[in-house]
Ligand binder design. Structure first.
Ligand code: FEO
Length: 171
């Protein structure tokens, strides 16, 4: 059984993951409007991945006999100055999410909730990947930003991203 404190903290994280999905969907709309369909696609895949994170937490609360409680999602930003600014915002956002996941792990360790700390390890590892992927794209974007043909090539590269739903995901 989850403690009330851990249940509330994970419910808050479900909200944060759905907000992440909403933010990336908003970034997708910006790229659609800028005629960069590959980047828009990359963001939609990212948005789908964030929903799988939300459902991973959702399933975990249920498995531990808790109650999932959903709350209002804040509105995302809708405007950015450049493709580079969007990916910089992704990197900043992922660093923030890493802080939230670390906070959950701190709580699990503090209250000696070993099941939760084992469950959260997946997210700790996932955040390393998320931050590294964002930093990698920011680096490429810096190189391409003043060169339209390089930007279009990068757009084509990012169009190749595929969403692989995890086998446990049933929505
Ligand atoms: Fe769910 Fe991008 O972290």
């Amino acid at each position: 059984m989850l403690t009330e404190k851990m249940e509330a903290a994970i419910n808050a994280q479900i909200n944060a993951e759905i907000y992440s999905s909403y933010l990336y969907m908003s970034m997708a709309t910006w790229f659609d409007a800028e005629a960069l369909p590959g980047m828009a696609h990359w963001m939609r895949v990212q948005a789908q991945e964030e929903m799988t994170h939300a459902f991973k937490f959702y399933n975990y609360i249920n498995e531990r006999g808790g109650r999932v409680v959903l709350s209002a999602i804040d509105g995302p930003a809708t405007e950015w100055d450049s493709p580079l600014a969007v990916f910089q915002a992704v990197a900043e956002h992922e660093a923030k999410v890493t802080g939230l996941i670390n906070g959950l792990m701190d709580l699990a360790l503090e209250i000696r909730d070993h099941a939760s700390s084992s469950f959260l390890q997946w997210f700790i590892d996932e955040q390393v990947e998320e931050e590294s992927s964002a930093a990698d794209t920011v680096g490429k974007m810096k190189l391409a930003q003043d060169n339209p043909s390089a930007l279009l090539m990068l757009d084509k590269d990012l169009a190749a991203r595929v969403f692989n739903p995890p086998v446990w995901l049933v929505i």
